[in-house]
Ligand binder design. Sequence first.
Ligand code: IPE
Ligand code: IPE
Ligand code: MG
Length: 251
Amino acid sequence: MKPSVISKAAIERLGVKSELIPKHIAIIMDGNGRWAKARGKKRTDGHRAGMERIHDIVKASQDIGVEHLTLYAFSCENWKRPKLEVQALFSLLVEYFHKEIDELNRNGVCIRIIGQNDNIPDNILRVLRHAEDLTKDNPNLTLNIAFNYGSRQEMVHAVRNMANEVAMGAIGVDEIDEAMISSHLYTAGQPDPDLLIRTSGEQRLSNYLLYQLAYAEFVFLDEHWPDFTVDVYYKAIRQYAQRSRRFGGLG
Ligand code: IPE
Ligand code: IPE
Ligand code: MG
């Protein structure tokens, strides 16, 4: 990450020493539906309000030198929702990229879509591929969008690929270790998240990054995602900075 994109003023406002700022933050953007219900609005209005928060959070991440940000946009299990809600979620993601792609690219953000292509309409896949291709060499923040993502499905995909490589003689069984498994996940080449944030009060992972989150710190917030301002984000990072990460040692 180029130091030039980091804002001293933002780090001062955050009030956390640079070395204690997480390098990789993963977020479960939850509570759009409850936010809408509390206001007598439609669930899709909540999803729109949620989508509109992403701009500021991406920018705030860059300002403080976060290098990887992973956002849960649509889970493999979200197919259980009504068809119209699923369609609205897809349309909002396309709208997000139409609105934001130029600025993201100018800011050197590298977009990666993590998840499965199955059942995703071609017109949506084209928009996602375009965003990835356009930004693939960008040096600053990596923005992973977990879309049609499920961690167990990701592990199945990884295990099948490794099994194929063994069958073809490309790798030996003894070469399979933690690093090799990581390198077969959708997040290959990226460090594991340091911090997981889930909004809206639920305290579960909902099939998100099960392997990658092995040693992440978890921060659960009561705010619904459409109320997730930069101040709320900073509050979560300050909580993280107070934790003592021991990784099984004595700290
Ligand atoms: C998160 O908000 C968005 C997605 C899961 C796509 P929800 O839609 O889950 O909102 P709640 O949990 O019903 O309030
Ligand atoms: C997780 O939220 C998925 C996303 C935020 C995209 P859900 O609202 O779908 O999870 P559950 O159903 O509460 O576990
Ligand atoms: Mg939810």
